[in-house]
Design a protein around this ligand. Structure first.
Ligand SMILES: [Zn+2]
Length: 258
């Protein structure tokens, strides 16, 4: 895992070498030693390193947030402590019903975790994460996955977008949902309507500024227009992307051809 890097006052990001996955730490009230930990990931070594870095900074997780119920966003380790870990209600119910599948993916991709801690989330139906630190507003939608909860930090203008708004991933639709396209577009609209975003942190990829966020929204909209109208998707993220993403892309194209 890369080092924790401060991208805005009190907002630190670490990036795993696994799928360019980001972990976010939001520092709490000065002197409290508390932090909010969003999507700690991915490997056992990553989490050990993260726990060590937090210790070096005199921080401990007071609360955790999982942006959505996919295996690489519901991880935890004993070294990170026993803070309450929240997710949106729809995400929690998927994490429970799909637990076996998530653990199968996890064991294939990043083995060795304490499985008793995976996906152990409490349902939070609220407009913000309950804690004493900087306001962490929740933007919950069903694009990409049910109960996908992005976090907006108005004090620093940082949007933690979960698996949306990526510079390296195409829109990945939840094609088992009743209306994957409607859900995704609704999610994009809700994120685009957040006022005062100065930086975006995708779950996989790189931090971008407001102009870069607009570029990503435009790319995402063009991608969705292409696959839903049967036109070739000329998306730069596909060209250099991994095999799994091209294969998901082909599945998405087929989904809309039916
Ligand atoms: Zn995901």
């Amino acid at each position: 895992m890369g080092r924790l890097t401060e991208i805005a006052p009190g907002v630190l990001i670490a990036t795993s070498s696994y799928a360019v996955t980001t972990t976010t730490v939001v520092v709490g009230v000065a002197g409290s030693g508390e932090c909010l930990l969003v999507d700690p990931a991915v490997t056992v070594a990553d989490l050990t390193e993260l726990a060590g870095s937090l210790g070096d900074l005199g921080l401990r997780a007071a609360v955790g947030w999982s942006t959505h119920p996919h295996w690489d966003h519901v991880l935890w380790s004993a070294e990170l402590g026993d803070a309450p870990r929240y997710a949106a209600p729809a995400a929690v119910s998927i994490a429970e019903t799909e637990r076996d599948g998530m653990i199968e993916y996890l064991e294939k991709s990043a083995p060795g975790h304490d499985l008793s801690l995976i996906g152990r989330l409490q349902s939070l139906d609220a407009s913000a994460i309950p804690w004493d630190g900087p306001t962490a507003r929740l933007i919950v939608h069903d694009g990409h996955a049910p109960g996908h909860g992005a976090v907006f930090l108005p004090d620093s203008g940082v949007l933690l977008a979960g698996d949306m708004c990526s510079d390296i991933e195409i829109p990945l639709l939840d094609t088992v949902a009743a209306d994957p396209l409607g859900d995704y577009r609704a999610g994009m609209e809700r994120l685009a309507a957040v006022p005062g975003v100065r930086q975006v942190v995708p779950g996989h990829g790189h931090v971008g500024d407001a102009a870069e966020l607009r570029r990503r929204f435009a790319l995402d909209a063009a991608y969705l227009d292409a696959i839903t109208s049967g036109k070739p998707a000329d998306d730069p993220r596909l060209a250099g992307g991994p095999d799994w993403m091209r294969s998901v892309h082909e599945d998405q194209v087929r989904y809309f051809q039916q």
